[in-house]
Design a protein around this ligand. Structure first.
Ligand code: GLN
Length: 555
């Protein structure tokens, strides 16, 4: 029978509950346990699929096509846990199911209320997760303790402990110790208040993890223990990591978090902990001599780092693997539209155009793709980035000046990117895209085959528009190769241009499957191409020119 760990957060948001839950999952897997991780989000959207990336960062997609919170990306990067539709629920999805049941007469005339009906539905989400033959279910509660929105979730997990038995359920609370620079002290008061808020609801945390900028001494830990009523050996420190978020499992393990959790939940581990893969990774991150490489990301949600979270992580993984320090030059597509690609791209070693929706900035991305193609700069287009590459190629190489996507110009004369028949009259905006994993067959002897090393692959999708096969012949005649095809629908999944050193567009999102200890082949190959480009370009320093775009380190 599964055991349960609930992770809550207090004091401020964005504390890294997702990372902590993921790192905990990693530690428990290292003891041979089958772990499931899920997130319960307090917002009312049924899923984050309809939210702007500016609101909520990237939408992470699972194999079974669930559009989920970006924290699930951390869960997959740190663990081997199976993520699916049971891994993310929201207030919206829970109310939706309760209201549907009420409309069907499922409550037999009863008054439907937050307690017990909504709280029952919340508990059912956790129990459903456990049905997947798991030893431990980790459930992260989104939001911050004290918010109005998260109250039903906290009430539900309190009831859960009562019903399942306190020896099968534990609560982990993550807080912040603010550091007051002027007096050189960290403060525990907000943590005390946050734990007090949880106690008011009836939850006494079993474990407290505090985030801090500076390491604190034993007296502070003792104070937290005493004032929060949590045993000293269950108070753990999560100081800002020195080099990489991937140090986190090691940081927690050194303090014995996994031992304490196993003891508290009376779980016998199946093996001694083996984190050697993570130790090697971190060792490499810290000691490896790296060559700098700059990748220009030309996108439309560029100001918000979280909007392309998995892409940045995947580039980071590939950098670690290839001995490259990947710097991101984040370029707003609209600025490229205004000032031209040269200004922004003359000093980059490669160009990446990520996914996106709607027409803003599209012409800027198209000129970035043209600049990369004509100047032999490695180009990697992801989802929208493939569509951009195809439009650019059709216009400038195949001389079809009116080529476009019907997403940007409904009545365009040369719709090289178009809706599939079944998407033509979709009006519901939620969950109606081509979502989740689809197979792809790769042609041997292509760049794609070099990247994957196998013919049959599966990758995750999230889009409505497709390459219009009507134009495939003319694209091919001009040198574009459809190197990956969906064997069932015949849709083009990968395009490349062999006469270019590295030019590839993929209709799917490979970034979702990259892990630090198993970097993705396409990202690896792309970063290597950027390194090669850098080495081959004479006097790269002379080319640097000031631009208004932000350059920052990969992490
Ligand atoms: N807007 C495009 C489509 O719906 C691309 C989507 C994406 O990049 N995820 O097909």
């Amino acid at each position: 029978m599964a055991k349960y760990i609930f992770v809550t957060g207090g004091v401020v948001s964005s504390l890294g509950k997702g990372l902590t839950s993921a790192a905990l999952g990693c530690l428990l897997e290292a003891r041979g346990l089958k772990v499931g991780i899920q997130k319960l989000d307090p917002y009312i959207n049924v899923d984050p699929g309809t939210m702007s990336p500016y609101e909520h960062g990237e939408v992470y997609v699972t194999d079974d096509g669930a559009e989920t919170d970006l924290d699930l990306g951390h869960y997959e990067r740190f663990t081997n846990t199976p993520l699916n539709k049971l891994s993310n629920f929201t207030t919206g999805s829970i109310y939706d199911s309760v209201i549907r049941k009420e409309r069907e007469g499922g409550y037999l005339g009863k008054t439907v209320q937050v307690v017990p009906h909504i709280t029952d539905a919340i508990k059912a989400c956790v129990l459903k997760m456990a049905e997947q033959d798991l030893d431990v279910v980790i459930t992260e509660i989104g939001g911050t303790v004290g918010d109005i929105e998260s109250l039903p979730f906290l009430e539900a997990i309190r009831q859960f402990g009562l019903e399942q038995g306190r020896d099968r359920v534990m609560y982990m609370h993550l807080t912040l110790l603010p550091y007051l620079r002027a007096i050189g002290e960290v403060k525990t008061k907000p943590t005390q208040h946050s734990v007090g808020k949880l106690r008011e609801i009836g939850i006494l945390p079993d474990v407290l993890v505090y985030r801090t900028e500076v390491s604190v001494d034993e007296s502070v830990r003792k104070k937290i223990s005493l004032f929060c009523n949590i045993p000293l050996d269950a108070v753990f420190e999560e100081k800002d990591v020195d080099h990489s978020i991937y140090e986190l499992p090691l940081v927690l393990q050194r303090q014995g978090v996994d031992d304490l959790v196993l003891k508290r939940l009376q779980i016998s581990p199946k093996k001694e902990s083996d984190l050697s893969a993570w130790e090697n990774l971190v060792e490499r991150i810290i000691t490896q001599k790296c060559e700098d490489v700059t990748i220009g990301i030309v996108g439309k949600y560029i100001e918000l780092h979280d909007a392309y979270k998995s892409i940045y992580e995947a580039l980071d993984h590939a950098g670690i693997d290839s001995g490259a320090k990947v710097s991101l030059k984040k370029i707003e597509a609209e600025e490229v539209e205004r000032d031209g690609a040269e200004k922004f791209l003359r000093d980059v070693d490669a160009v990446l155009v990520p996914g996106g929706f709607g027409s803003r900035g599209i012409e800027g991305m198209i000129s970035a793709a043209q600049y990369a193609r004509e100047n032999a700069i490695p180009y990697f287009g992801i989802c929208l980035g493939l569509q951009i590459a195809v439009i650019e190629f059709a216009r400038n190489k195949c001389r079809m000046n009116d080529a476009n996507s019907t997403e940007f110009d409904k009545s365009c004369q040369v719709p090289v990117i178009d809706l599939m028949a079944e998407q033509q009259d979709v009006t519901d905006k939620g969950g109606t895209m081509r979502l989740g994993a689809y197979p792809c067959r790769i042609k041997k002897g292509t760049l794609a085959f070099d990247c994957y090393g196998e013919e049959d692959i599966s990758e995750r999708h999230r889009h409505r528009w497709e390459l219009n096969n009507k134009y495939l012949e003319v694209l091919e005649a001009n040198g574009m190769v459809p190197s990956g095809i969906n064997p069932e629908s015949n849709l083009v999944e990968i395009v490349e241009v062999p006469e270019h050193p590295w030019y590839m567009g993929v209709q799917f999102h490979p970034e979702f499957k990259s892990k630090p200890i198993k970097p993705h082949g396409v990202f690896n190959n792309f970063v290597k191409a950027a390194l090669a480009r850098k080495r081959n370009t004479k006097n790269p320093n002379e080319q640097s020119a000031p631009s208004s775009a932000v350059t920052e380190n990969g992490e």
